[in-house]
Design a protein around this ligand. Structure first.
Ligand SMILES: Nc1ncnc2c1ncn2[C@@H]1O[C@H](COP(=O)(O)OP(=O)(O)OP(=O)(O)O)[C@@H](O)[C@H]1O
Ligand SMILES: [Mg+2]
Length: 334
C-alpha cells in the first residue's frame, strides 16, 4: 500500500512537471508568434487555472482514496478489524476498496471464530476439571471413600478430557484444509458393516436396530478408509444417540450419477429446519440441556464434513422436523 501511494505521488509530481513544461513551451510559442499582452495574460490565467484544477481533481480522486486505504490497512494491522472503505466513483479504485473490505471481513470472521473457539474450549474443560477437583477434595477430606466407584468417576472425566483433546487435534487438522489422505480402493459395504460391528453392542444395549440396504453393483471407491470410518462412526453414533429404544437406523448406499450416496436415516428426535445447517458448526448441539458429562462436544459433524470435502464429497442433513427422524447424507465422488 505504501508503495502504491509513493507511485501515485510520483505521478502527481510528473503531472505537475509536464504542465510546467507545457506552459514554458506555450510561452515560447506565444512570444515567437506575438499577440496582445492582455490576451496572453487571460490565456495564461485560464491555462494555470486548468492545471491547478486538474491537479486538485487527481488529488481528490486518486491520492486521497489511496491515503484512506493506507490508513485503513494500518488500523487493521493494529487489530481494528471492523475498519471498512467507502464506495468510490473510480472503477479501479472501487474494485480495490471492495477487495480490501472483503479481506477485512474475512479477517474479522476468522478472529471472531478464534475468540469463540477459546471460549468453547474453556467451557468444555471447566466441567470435568471441576468434577475431578471436587472428587479429589472429597478424598483428601475423607468425605469420599477411595473405592472403585470414586476412581471410576475420575477415570470417566479424564477419558472425556482425553477425547476432547483428540477431537480438537482432529478439528485443527480438518480446518487447516490439509488433511493427509491415504486413499485406497475401498468396498464401502464392507467398511460400513465393520463400523456397524464396532457399534453393535451399543445399538443392542439401547434396543435400536441397525439395518443395511445396499444397492446391487456398487462400484469400489478410492478413499481414505480411516477418515471415512471416522465419519461413519460419528454419523451412526449420532443416529443412535438421537433414536429412542425400539427405533431403527437405516443405512442405504447407492450409486447416483458420479457419486456414491450413503443415507443414514433414523427414527429419532429429528432436527428443526433452522438447525439443519448449524449442526455442522463446531461445538453446536441442538439439545443444549443435554448433560455435558454424557453428551458429545458438538465437534463430530464439523470434522466429518471437512473429511467429506477433503474427498471432494459432501455431507448434509435432512429432516421433516422435531419428532420426525433425520437423514444424514454423505456423497462421495467415484
Ligand atoms: N441423527 C441426528 N438426529 C438428531 N440430531 C442430530 C443427529 N445428528 C446430529 N444431531 C445434532 O447435531 C449435533 C452435533 O452433532 P456432532 O456429531 O457434531 O456432535 P455431538 O455428537 O454432540 O458430539 P461429538 O463431538 O462427540 O460428535 C448433536 O449434538 C445433535 O444435537
Ligand atoms: Mg457426534
Amino acid at each position: 500500500m505504501r508503495g502504491l501511494l509513493t507511485f501515485y505521488r510520483r505521478i502527481e509530481w510528473l503531472h505537475l512537471f509536464s504542465y510546467v513544461v507545457i506552459i514554458l513551451v506555450e510561452l515560447l510559442i506565444l512570444r515567437s508568434i506575438g499577440g496582445t499582452p492582455e490576451a496572453n495574460v487571460i490565456r495564461y490565467v485560464v491555462f494555470v487555472g486548468v492545471v491547478l484544477g486538474s491537479l486538485l481533481l487527481i488529488r481528490q480522486q486518486i491520492i486521497q482514496p489511496i491515503q484512506a486505504m493506507q490508513q485503513a490497512s494500518l488500523h487493521i494491522a493494529a487489530g481494528n478489524y471492523h475498519e471498512r472503505l467507502p464506495h468510490y466513483n473510480n472503477v479501479e479504485l472501487n474494485e480495490l476498496a471492495q477487495a480490501f473490505n472483503q479481506m477485512a471481513a474475512t479477517i474479522a470472521a476468522t478472529e471472531q471464530r478464534r475468540v469463540e473457539l477459546i471460549g468453547n474450549v474453556a467451557h468444555e474443560l471447566r466441567t470435568p476439571l471441576t468434577n475431578i477437583r471436587a472428587t479429589m477434595e472429597g478424598l483428601v477430606d475423607g468425605v469420599l471413600q477411595p473405592d472403585q466407584g470414586t476412581f471410576l468417576s475420575v477415570q470417566h472425566e479424564v477419558s472425556r478430557l482425553q477425547r476432547l483433546v483428540f477431537q480438537l487435534e482432529e478439528l485443527s487438522l480438518a480446518e487447516s484444509g490439509q488433511v493427509p489422505l491415504r486413499k485406497q480402493r475401498v468396498d464401502l459395504r464392507l467398511l460400513i458393516r465393520e463400523v456397524g460391528g464396532r457399534l453393535a453392542a451399543q445399538y443392542e444395549d439401547k434396543g435400536v436396530q441397525l439395518v443395511y440396504d445396499f444397492a446391487p453393483d456398487l462400484p469400489m471407491l478410492q478413499v481414505d478408509p480411516d477418515r471415512i470410518t471416522q465419519v461413519l462412526i460419528n454419523l451412526l453414533g449420532n443416529a443412535l444417540q438421537a433414536t429412542p429404544p425400539e427405533g431403527e437406523v437405516h443405512v442405504r448406499v447407492e450409486h447416483e450419477g458420479s457419486d456414491v450416496i450413503v443415507r443414514i436415516r433414523d427414527t429419532g428426535i429429528g432436527i428443526p429446519p433452522e438447525e439443519l445447517t448449524r449442526i455442522f458448526e463446531r461445538f453446536y448441539r441442538v439439545d443444549k440441556s443435554r448433560a455435558r458429562s454424557s453428551g458429545g462436544y458438538g465437534i463430530g459433524l464439523t470434522i466429518a464434513r471437512h473429511f467429506a470435502l477433503a474427498h471432494g464429497g459432501r455431507l448434509w442433513a435432512e429432516s421433516q422436523g422435531l419428532g420426525h427422524g433425520a437423514t444424514l447424507i454423505l456423497a462421495l465422488p467415484l
